[in-house]
Write a protein that binds this ligand. Sequence first.
Ligand code: ADP
Ligand code: ASP
Ligand code: MG
Length: 402
Amino acid sequence: MALIVKKFGGSSVANAERVFNVANKIVEDYKKGNDVIVVVSAQGDTTDDLIDKAKEINPDGASKREMDMLLSAGEQISVALLAMAIEKLGCPVKSLLGWQAGFETDSHYGMARIKRINTERLQKETDKKNIVIVAGFQGINKYDDITTLGRGGSDTSAVAIAAAMRADLCQIYTDVDGVYTADPRKVPNAVKMDEISYDEMLELAAMGAQVLNNRSVEMAKKYNVELEVLSSLEVKPGTIVKEKVKMERTLIKGVAKDTNVTRISIIGLEDTPGIAFKIFNRLAQAKVNVDIILQSVGRDNTKDITFTVPSDQSKQAIEAIKELKDTLDYKDISTDESVAKISIVGAGMESHPGVASKMFEALYSAGINIQMISTSEIKISVLIDEKYADNAVSAVHDAFIA
Ligand code: ADP
Ligand code: ASP
Ligand code: MG
């Protein structure tokens, strides 16, 4: 007998037929004598639809607290429906919202972090041999207000339960049959991996491969929770995500694309010490996640600083910089949302020179201009015009993998 945590994403429970498909998988493991805790996301496009509804009421952006109140409703629907399907199949089941399942978070609405899971209720229900269905993506803060964990956050809910309950298995079911070298929906010759290390998966996820949420991988690494990413529609082995994997022949593990990127340029800054500190300190205070940074020399002893932020934080970033108006001298600020970040990830590149040049050659051959570059030990990212993003992924993927 084992304790199994299973997570099903939105497309896996999108309609009644899919809900029953998932219910059958759960019941199958339960009937073998296992304890099963399930995390589900909102059905299909429910979360996006709820965001649209909020925009109808307030196009300028509702408060984050009320957004979380709204968005958590999507998962409330799917847990109840899945529990009803399991009831229909004749098994004991309880659905729980995030707070009922003990998810205590900080108060960063829309992007809350899990502080602790009080496992009492989960334990009680599994002891009673109930299948437990938990609403992903949500928790409660110290003011007893509902919070959400950020888009794709149900993956993190599942990993957190697996860690807190010391589960034997954590399976992330989705609409593809594993982790590929690039998004298999965009790159037809992408290759499925049998396994991938936490570090490489973390970079791929952080660089835009949405198959796993990056915080979920961070947490899996921290608590050493081995994950399996697999299909909810086909029965076959998926991809194992774990600490140590077999040595691979391939230099890079995957190519990822992130279009949720905005480039911000501050032009004509004074060229004196402390300017970068002033800007990025203010951005940090405003909780803006700055990614690639470039400083270049302008005319007449001035400099320009260009950096990228997630598009949903660009308004916050601009406001933060404008607040520095009295102490920061510059000519102009400009933003460009039509950019994309293309990244290659692989632990192998650390010991192999020439990886960057090969990537740049592939982009050059495809006629794609590079605007910014950033590197880490196991990753190289470039910023390009968004309209070439898919071409760029294919060109780079072909150069290294196909
Ligand atoms: P879920 O609703 O199950 O959480 P997501 O839509 O969040 O599913 O993630 C699955 C999707 O991730 C796939 O449909 C696929 O298009 C996309 N994806 C992006 N990069 C990759 C990759 N490297 N490997 C597999 N899937 C990827
Ligand atoms: N329903 C949430 C979202 O669409 C959480 C998730 O799917 O993981 O982002
Ligand atoms: Mg997801």
